[in-house]
Write a protein that binds this ligand. Structure first.
Ligand code: NCD
Length: 305
């Protein structure tokens, strides 16, 4: 049985297959409409979510399966003190596959050790968010036609942003990837990712503070929200939260084919006047999230259509 804890759980070849399957699902949705008939997905969300939870649910419903779950720790027995390992033993009796989001790094990993059904990590603290990365890879491949040979700007909260951490892990496996890390000094990418991932693989990157300096040289800009819930004090968050605001004026500095991605939710970091720019790809990105999660559910349940 297979789980998804990190984007590295799939080889580059397996990812290609997964994205090809997502592409076929997009083109022929009716072919897959009953593929999961009789199967149940449980969503175990101990942290807030809109897209990740509902897109997993939409994915299962589109496949003809059913859904169950909880959307906050308060409404589950976690509030009575139940452990993740006991909860997953329970869910294993009710569902065929589950997606778990948890504020503690490693909680889905604990779950998969006690689970008899596939577990999908839907975000664990500031650590990883592999299904967002699958979404991002499919989006980039669809927009650019390929995944290697590009300069990618990662902007915002690179310290706590789990989407960025997972995306870096996944992208360094493609040739010709260069990164420009754009963040305030206090929200720099953690040292362990710089040393264990970037330096180890000799991936070229630079770190800058000003977004304007980076924009002219990027093929892709990945914006992120400052992760309010991971700050130890409100004051630091308030100081950081509007550090970057991408607006139509700044977009004039960017190349004509530089797409803007964002895992969403956005707060102020992308002004609404960018939404109508043809390079704004963050709403399209959400739609790709449903196709890739459909492909993921089929793959983990080993259902061939
Ligand atoms: C991200 C997350 O939860 O890490 N959202 C998402 O799943 N699309 C990004 C964020 O919350 O900033």
């Amino acid at each position: 049985m297979r789980h998804l804890m990190s984007p590295m759980d799939f080889s580059v070849e397996e990812l290609e297959k997964l994205m090809d399957l997502a592409g076929d699902i997009e083109k022929n949705p009716e072919k897959y409409a009953h593929a999961c008939a009789g199967k149940k997905l449980a969503t175990l969300f101990y942290e807030p979510s809109t897209r990740t939870r509902l897109s997993h649910e939409a994915a299962m419903l589109n496949l003809g399966g059913s859904i169950m779950g909880f959307s906050s720790a308060d409404s589950s027995s976690a509030s009575k003190g139940e452990s993740v390992s006991d909860t997953i033993r329970t869910i294993s009796c009710y569902a065929d596959i589950c997606a778990m989001r948890h504020p503690k790094e490693g909680a889905p990993m604990v779950a998969c050790r006690h689970s008899s059904i596939p577990v999908i990590n839907a975000g664990d603290g500031g650590h990883q968010h592999p299904t967002q990365t699958l979404t991002d890879l499919l989006t980039i491949r669809s927009l650019k036609g390929h995944l290697g040979n590009m300069t990618i700007g990662l902007c915002g909260d690179l310290k706590f942003g789990r989407t960025v951490h997972s995306l870096i892990h996944a992208l360094v496996r493609y040739p010709g990837i260069r990164f420009v890390m754009i963040s305030p000094e206090e929200l720099r990418l953690p040292g362990y990712i710089r040393s264990d991932v970037l330096d180890k693989k000799n991936v070229p990157y630079e770190e800058v503070v000003r977004l304007e300096d980076a924009l002219p040289n990027l093929d892709l800009l990945y914006m992120t929200r400052v992760q309010k819930e991971r700050f130890f004090n409100e004051e630091d968050y308030v100081r950081m939260k509007d550090f970057y605001i991408l607006d139509a004026k700044k977009m004039e500095l960017a190349p004509k084919d530089m797409y803007v991605l964002h895992p969403l939710p956005r707060v102020n970091e992308i002004s609404v006047d960018v939404d109508s720019d043809p390079r704004a790809a963050y709403f399209r990105q959400m739609q790709y999230g449903v196709y890739i999660r459909m492909a993921l559910i089929l793959t983990l349940l080993e259902i061939n259509v």
